[in-house]
Design a protein around this ligand. Structure first.
Ligand SMILES: Cc1cc2nc3c(=O)[nH]c(=O)nc-3n(C[C@H](O)[C@H](O)[C@H](O)COP(=O)(O)OP(=O)(O)OC[C@H]3O[C@@H](n4cnc5c(N)ncnc54)[C@H](O)[C@@H]3O)c2cc1C
Ligand code: FES
Length: 275
């Protein structure tokens, strides 16, 4: 990082890939040649001069040091503008910010990753990192969902995960026409019906729309997974990223600093976290 967390580093877009009609993956390189230096689960503020900034998860593995990926759904001012950029264009990057996944707490455990919709943009870095050090972890279970087949992110990687023997991979969509999908249909938590795991040995990472957390937590706690072994990514409107502006506050916690990855043992104590 530069000395001041408020000063962006410039990054150049090296590659753009359309993931879905409303989502693009940007591969970026910092112009100063540095590695971004992130942990899985951390985020950056991506900014356009004169327009503004918005927070995005870093979607590539920390071990990839020459470039990094942001996966951006076009929903508003900054994200729409980012969708309009071309290869060779530059954007400002502040961060990485916050706490990511503490992988020391995943070692030698079975790992269950639950990613719904844009949650996979956030958890992809974690899955990549686990796969890169595969022998350090026990069983790896990955559950992924999207509203429709067209809205599934990283389709090429999902196909690869389906064929790997070292991942128990399950994918579902909320709805689909017969001609476009022959797989499971239902929200991500319906995949739990297919899954047997040892709750005492399993650590979980969850990311997705807020409504999903409620049902995933019911399932996990109901099966006996300890709150301290459940890690969630909390998305709040973030501005400064460094605990100064208060935009991301939940109860007495600045999510930009203590999160975005929090254990349920911590997040569950915050009354405003799941409203
Ligand atoms: C830690 C973190 C990680 C994230 N990671 C990702 C990621 O990897 N990929 C991703 O695509 N997104 C991610 N997000 C979400 C992303 O930051 C938001 O979608 C962000 O708001 C986009 O900025 P924008 O300027 O494009 O949209 P905005 O202009 O802020 O608009 C966002 C939404 O708010 C609505 N809105 C805007 N202004 C108002 C208003 N005044 N009143 C009512 N509604 C309004 C818009 O209609 C739109 O639906 C992340 C967020 C956080 C906090
Ligand atoms: S984003 Fe400003 S305090 Fe968290």
């Amino acid at each position: 990082m530069t000395d001041s967390p408020y000063v962006p580093r410039w990054a150049t877009i090296r590659h753009i890939r359309r993931e879905t009609p409303s989502v693009k993956r940007l591969e970026l390189e910092l112009d100063n040649g540095q590695a971004l230096g992130h942990q899985s689960g951390q985020f950056v503020e991506a900014g356009i001069l004169g327009l503004g900034e918005a927070p995005f998860s870093v979607s590539s593995s920390p071990r990839r040091t020459d470039s990094f990926d942001l996966v951006i759904r076009s929903v508003g001012t900054v994200s729409e503008k980012l969708h309009g950029l071309k290869t060779g264009d530059r954007i400002g990057i502040r961060g990485p910010f916050g706490h990511g996944f503490e992988l020391a707490r995943f070692r030698n455990r079975d790992v269950l990753v639950v990613a719904s919709e844009m949650g996979l943009a956030t958890l992809r870095s974690l899955v990549h990192e686990l796969l890169e050090e595969r022998l350090l972890y026990g069983r790896l279970m990955v559950l992924v969902s999207a509203p429709t087949p067209e809205q599934l992110l990283f389709k090429d990687e999902l196909a690869e995960w389906t064929n790997r023997r070292d991942i128990d991979f399950y994918v579902t969509v909320d709805r689909a026409l017969d001609r476009e999908w022959s797989g499971h249909i239902g929200v991500v938590t319906t995949l739990f019906q297919q899954l047997q795991f040892d709750p005492k040995q399993t650590v979980t990472a969850i990311s997705g729309p807020p409504v999903m957390y409620k049902y995933a937590l019911l399932e996990l706690l109901g099966r006996g997974v300890a709150p301290a072994s459940i890690f969630l990514t909390m998305e709040r409107r973030m501005r400064c990223g460094v605990g100064k502006c208060g935009h991301c506050q939940i109860n007495n916690v600045y999510v930009c600093q203590r999160g975005p990855v929090l254990s349920y043992a911590d997040a569950g104590k915050l009354e405003e976290a799941f409203v």
